[in-house]
Design a protein around this ligand. Structure first.
Ligand code: PLP
Length: 388
């Protein structure tokens, strides 16, 4: 039995020891100096001015879309058919209109052609997803967003360390979101980060994270101005925006700081594992020509070249027998347009029109890749997949 879980050993003994040391000497446990330190180190690692630690990647999405509505107004947000559900539900809940685009098979990200064809005068933002560690950006997407004054938002939740032309994904768009959920490139058990170089957006996010409270802003000039405008209010309790409580804790930040030390090494191992996997897989049966430039693989991608249900079922059977964990349809379970929350709201949308998302939905899956995964297991896994 091969026995490959989706993730193994992502919170290690050393992380736990750091937690024990912290707990034994500290008396502040929620959002405080360690969170600030983690945010600072993360900004340095990513190459951005500001980072804000929150309690999940989805929280980062919800806050981002709410913040865009507040600062820039509501509008159309172009979004891929293959992404995580909170990327789309955050758009809907903030009162924007999701405009869906099909994806490429070489990086599972929005097709440049489709994305560009969906831009209108109402387009507020393009919300790309870097899927499974494959870069989603192109020069044309970046250039067009800039020229047309459209916000470029990057979901890097499952792609920490992915690069576009030597720049880290998440440092290119105006806003980017990361997840530190257990299975990701690094983990704080649960957690997320919102990153930006935009001072106004950062200040908004600081308030959104804590109930919309003015006192969370670090812009003293702005705070003084508001105090003068609202003399009837207690300065400690001025609620500027309809906010959330998406704060994380010092404990999660302690784990994050320690995990960050291993991140680059883990990315290198994941990348090597994926390159080995792609090189061994039978190119006649499987799609292997992924855009590997700057990849930082999250999980191995199995995608049938031919849409053949019988072969796909044989793969599922083999993986189940070998106790290899997998997820069908890759990120978010495949074509989001098939999901009830979309069907109910957008009955005019035909999931079948998103041809590549449909292929990934029915003939694609992912298998765990993690730094400790033994090379012999990757070789054996490919032998079994090639023998199907
Ligand atoms: C692409 C993508 N976006 C967003 C999320 C949401 O992150 P979280 O699970 O931390 O809420 C995930 C989750 O794994 C994801 O893969």
């Amino acid at each position: 039995m091969l026995n490959i879980p989706l993730m193994s050993n992502n919170i290690v003994k050393e992380d736990i020891q750091c937690l024990i040391d912290f707990l034994s000497k500290s008396d502040r446990f929620t959002n405080g100096p360690v969170v600030r330190q983690f945010e600072q180190k993360w900004s340095e690692w990513l190459g951005v001015r500001h980072s804000l630690f929150v309690n999940s990647g989805s929280s980062a999405n919800f806050m981002t879309m709410a913040g865009i509505a507040e600062l820039y107004g509501r509008g159309e947000i172009i979004i891929p058919a293959i992404t995580w559900s909170s990327d789309i539900s955050s758009v809907i809940m903030a009162g924007h209109i999701p405009v869906f685009a099909d994806v490429n098979l070489h990086n599972f990200a929005m097709s440049e052609e489709e994305l560009l064809s969906k831009i209108t005068e109402q387009t507020k933002a393009v919300f790309i997803s870097h899927i499974l560690g494959l870069n989603a950006l192109t020069d044309k997407i970046i250039q067009t967003c800039k020229e047309r004054n459209i916000l470029l938002v990057e979901d890097v939740c499952e792609s920490h360390g992915t690069k576009f032309k030597n720049e880290k994904a998440g440092s290119i768009g105006q806003i980017s979101n990361f997840s530190f959920y257990y299975a990701h490139h690094m983990s704080t058990i649960e957690g997320g980060m919102i990153c930006t170089n935009d001072e106004d957006f950062y200040q908004q996010m600081r308030m959104y994270r804590s109930h919309g409270m003015l006192r969370e802003s670090s812009d003293e000039g702005y705070k003084q101005k508001i105090y003068r405008e609202y003399p009837d209010l207690n300065p400690e309790f001025i609620f500027m925006v309809p906010g959330f409580n998406m704060r994380s804790t010092e404990l999660n930040a302690v784990i994050g700081l320690n995990q960050l030390k291993r991140l680059d090494d883990n990315i290198r191992k994941r990348r090597e594992n994926f390159e080995l996997f792609c090189s061994l897989l039978d190119k006649k049966t499987y799609v292997t020509e992924f855009d590997l430039d700057g990849q930082s693989n999250y999980a191995f991608i199995v995608l049938l070249r031919e849409n053949n249900t019988k072969i796909f079922e044989r793969i599922i059977h083999m993986l189940t027998t070998e106790q290899v964990e997998f997820r069908r349809g890759t990120a978010g379970g495949g074509n989001q347009l098939r999901q009830p929350y979309i069907r109910k709201r957008f009955p005019e949308e035909r999931p079948q029109n998103y041809v590549n998302a449909e292929k990934i939905h029915f003939f694609g899956l992912y298998i765990g890749n993690y730094p400790d995964l033994e090379k012999e297991k990757i070789v054996k896994l490919c032998e079994l997949l090639n023998a199907i």
